[in-house]
Design a protein around this ligand. Structure first.
Ligand SMILES: Nc1nc2c(c(=O)[nH]1)N(C=O)[C@@H](CNc1ccc(C(=O)N[C@@H](CCC(=O)O)C(=O)O)cc1)CN2
Ligand SMILES: Nc1ncnc2c1ncn2[C@@H]1O[C@H](COP(=O)(O)OP(=O)(O)OP(=O)(O)O)[C@@H](O)[C@H]1O
Length: 190
């Protein structure tokens, strides 16, 4: 019998997360620097100003060099916060480059302290850069399994540009997809 899509996805998640944990510091730095040029090209193409990023955990490809470059150009950067009431959803809070305004969430990921004045409504984001555990050539994305990005992106308009960031080894030919998966417009692999 064919294995269920769910268990195929879970196996792939495990394999990719293990590979990611085995990356050397040097490989991580090299990859995170290599995404700057292709990302800047897309950012200029869309004349975007409001960007959602993430802070890396478990050796995810690190968007901080790109965030720093954009901050220097007075672009606005927002980071995901686990929604305090709406389970499984994300809020986006302005990032002011200040370590003091960050705290660890229940997964051990750094996120901004919730401040309602710093929330950006989803429809005002221009580009969202998402972390991923695996992806395929058609733009399908597999995440950590919480459905946070899928739920959040399901509420956005098609004008929002969705860009996945990952390492080359994370791309497979074809992912087992679920009907709720929100496809990416672009994938940049470092
Ligand atoms: N950097 C970053 N931030 C992010 C995400 C992400 O993938 N990367 N997320 C993307 O959605 C959301 C958090 N989603 C997550 C979902 C599951 C686990 C996790 O570690 N799960 C454990 C077991 C569950 C538990 O501890 O309750 C595991 O799988 O081992 C972590 C983050 C929001 N912020
Ligand atoms: N739009 C949605 N509305 C309600 N539930 C959803 C939605 N999208 C996904 N889910 C639920 O979230 C759970 C996890 O989904 P999935 O395994 O695809 O997460 P993921 O894409 O790996 O994680 P993430 O998006 O957080 O990185 C599933 O049980 C699914 O039913």
């Amino acid at each position: 019998m064919q294995e269920s899509i769910q268990s195929q996805r879970q196996q792939l998640r495990q394999i990719m997360r293990n590979k990611r944990l085995n990356l050397s510091e040097q490989e991580q730095i090299q990859a995170s620097n290599s995404i700057i040029v292709p990302a800047m090209a897309l950012i200029e193409k869309y004349k975007a100003t409001n960007f959602a990023f993430y802070l890396p955990f478990n050796n995810e490809i690190c968007p901080l060099p790109l965030i720093n470059e954009l901050s220097a150009q007075q672009k606005q950067i927002y980071l995901p916060v686990l929604h305090p009431f709406s389970k499984g959803n994300l809020l986006f809070i302005r990032y002011d480059n200040c370590k003091k305004s960050l705290k660890l969430n229940r997964f051990g990921i750094l996120e901004p302290v919730l401040n309602v004045q710093k929330i950006l409504p989803l429809n005002q984001l221009d580009i969202i850069f998402t972390p991923l555990v695996a992806c395929d050539k058609s733009g399908n994305r597999l995440g950590m399994g919480g459905g946070f990005y899928d739920r959040t992106l399901a509420q956005t308009s098609s004008n929002l540009i969705k860009i996945g960031l990952g390492y080359k080894f994370q791309q497979v030919d074809k992912l087992p997809v679920e009907h709720w998966d929100m496809p990416l417009d672009y994938i940049i692999l470092g």
